[in-house]
Design a protein around this ligand. Sequence first.
Ligand code: HEM
Length: 341
Amino acid sequence: MPFPVYYHDYLQLDKILDAQHPESDLPGNNPAHDEMLFIIIHQSYEIWFKQILFEVASVITVFDANQISDNSNQLQLASHRLNRVVEILKVLVHQIDVLETMTPMEFMEFRDYLRPASGFQSLQFKVLEARLGLSFNDRHGQEYYLSQLKEEHVNQIKDAEKLPTLLQGINKWLLRFPYLEDTFWIHLQTDDCSENLFWQEYRKRYASTLDDREKGNLAAFDQILFADEPITAFHPKALRSALFIMLYRSEPLMHLPFSLLKTLLDIDEQLSTWRFRHINMVHRMIGTRIGTGGSSGKDYLQGALNKHYIYKDLATLTSFMMNSSKIPLLPADLKNRMGFK
Ligand code: HEM
């Protein structure tokens, strides 16, 4: 009986299941049982990276458009897909448990056959970091990055670094956020020439909540949220919008924007959790020996963990929050706009 679509062919299983060739099986090498697990785990990671990149690219297209109607399904779709990314990342963190069923001695059986290959050379991982918004300048170990990869892969990553990123798309979207225009906050005006009425009021109240040891926060508030030129990856005005969304997250119209921002923080959290678990695993497996890729091993990875938080500027905004009973009440007409009619 002919099958118009057949499971095995549709999934191209001949290709996928014929792609595990342990180095330890090569003539002259000693067979090492655990190398199969090592290969399959890495391949699973790469397949999931492919799916994550696919989702992230589609979301970037949504935000890269000059105009997204906040009432259209586009924003909802973006949030939905980024949530999927977070769930996949959780699976990737959990996969470390599976790999850790291999003991250091079992790893030793085949580790030397792998030199100088290393997960560091994962092209998709680096492209993903770039597409999420990590710039070359912010990378830890830049020289190492250039020396350990094939030239064609360096070029592919450089090309990816030139594409619009998710961070830039979110920044653009936040810059269009309308509810901070002075026209909505005219009742707060104290003299004819004051601008940024909401934030002047907010700053006053925020300053009054600061402990003596926190007084430096006010300078950071002014610098990060009001510098003329951006001093972070986000524009100060975009960060003001993000803070506003976080403060008024319970207003119906703010739910989706808030959930989007939260998802970005979740992505950073899952990625850094993965990095942390990976470092611990590396420490367990090889101690302080250098990596197969030739880096300082654990120290290199710790540097990347500390430096590669992509949406750290959004996480920093928590420092500028205060108890909700202290934040300015929304003017009635703005509250109406933000609610269901
Ligand atoms: C026995 C298990 C593993 C060990 C001992 C190990 C070890 C290392 C070491 C030492 C490095 C630093 C670069 C170097 O000198 O090689 C590294 C980097 C890396 N490894 Fe692994 N690794 C393991 C499993 C994995 C797995 C399962 C993945 C999944 C894809 C992975 C992905 C990566 C990535 C993406 C980097 C670069 C990280 C960054 O730049 O922040 N590794 N690994």
